[in-house]
Design a protein around this ligand. Sequence first.
Ligand SMILES: [Zn+2]
Length: 463
Amino acid sequence: MPTTLVRNGTVVTARETTLADVLIEGSRIEAVLPGISPPPGATVIDATGTYVIPGGIDAHTHLDMPFGGTTSADDFETGTRAAAFGGTTTIVDFAIQARGTRMRDALDIWWKKAEGRACVDYGLHMIVTDLGNAGLEDMDDMVREGVASFKLFMAYPNVLMVDDATIFKALSRTAKNGALICMHAENGSVIDVIVARALAEGKTAPIYHALTRPPRAEAEAVHRAIAMSEIAGAPVYIVHLSSEDALNEVREARDRGVPAFAETCPQYLLLSIEELERPNFEGAKYVFTPPLRPKEHQPKLWDGLRDDHLQVVSTDHCPFCFKEQKELGKNDFSKIPNGGPGVEHRLSLIYSGGVHGGKFSANRFVQLISTAPAKLFGLYPRKGTIAVGSDADIVIFDPNAEQVISAKTHHMRIDYSMYEGMRVKGVTKTVLSRGRVIIDNGAFTGKPGAGEFLRRQTYSGAH
Ligand SMILES: [Zn+2]
């Protein structure tokens, strides 16, 4: 078993900041104490002047995902490698149950996609499109396989959307089996009418993607999802929350003691609707759902993260290249594949904007990008913290180093960056995944296939 000592760093967890060394035996953390002398034969990593934080957990990625007649550009190899460069050592991706099939079929398909490719550990959520006859039993079966969370869509009628009865049945099942329901909350039926109206009026440019999906359509669905979860007696987790309107619904519920949780993503914190008005169809680079909102929503979301009305920052990484993929919607915004790249830069963007921006502490940062998703998605304390017995998923993070984000230098397999030219302060230097160095001072030293499937527990920390 290899022994590694991370020395002289500042260990930052969700709870505390301490000067300590971290001793790693094999894949696990053996000790976290000041002044550990290196055991014979140990590899020593000097972390002087930097933070030693638990590996990032991105609970929302879509690698190798079919959508709108194409497939997201990163597969499990390129996507998890890019994640590693940015300090993310665990992703939770989504398997999609095709209508009329069993959830196990989808799980097999996604296991194959990841097999031999993943460079970091990964879990899977199951997207439920059809409860059919055996769906509720299938949900229990998935929980036994470690797929302890399900995503349901209130948007995309005829593709992924499920009706309220299905949502309520699924929520009720999780009240018994302990899994967590993740909701894509937008009123898809209303949105489709607005989209058809816009297209009939000849409004085909990318900006209409945002203008046809109003914040109220998100808030309405968040409200409905939470109400159904209350009736079912189950917690609920709202994915990619994008607007003040939707945030108010979550806050109101949490103030009443309802176990409602929500994530937001860097794009909603840092970018706004004007991006979709870029000339030469470049607005298509910013087409994803929910859409970017007017700027005034951004400070509300940052406040939500600070005040724990929002618990998690994930990316919804779902890259489609500008050439050939986004271009599918050149004459019709509704045909632009929905999704944007982001898995690589989450830590830097949130550290830069959140901690250097004076919004919250480094401890809160760690909680948002690692500890809270670990707890909500049944990975804690194996993941999400630096403690004796936890997996040695460790990031040496330089809080004062700067980096300019660009498609020329990023590692995601996509021909643009949503943050092109943006300067961030706070950079991942070295990354360990279960004790193995996979990023060494900015160079990839991991290997495809080393990432393991994580059998997750039911929501360990949701209550
Ligand atoms: Zn998504």
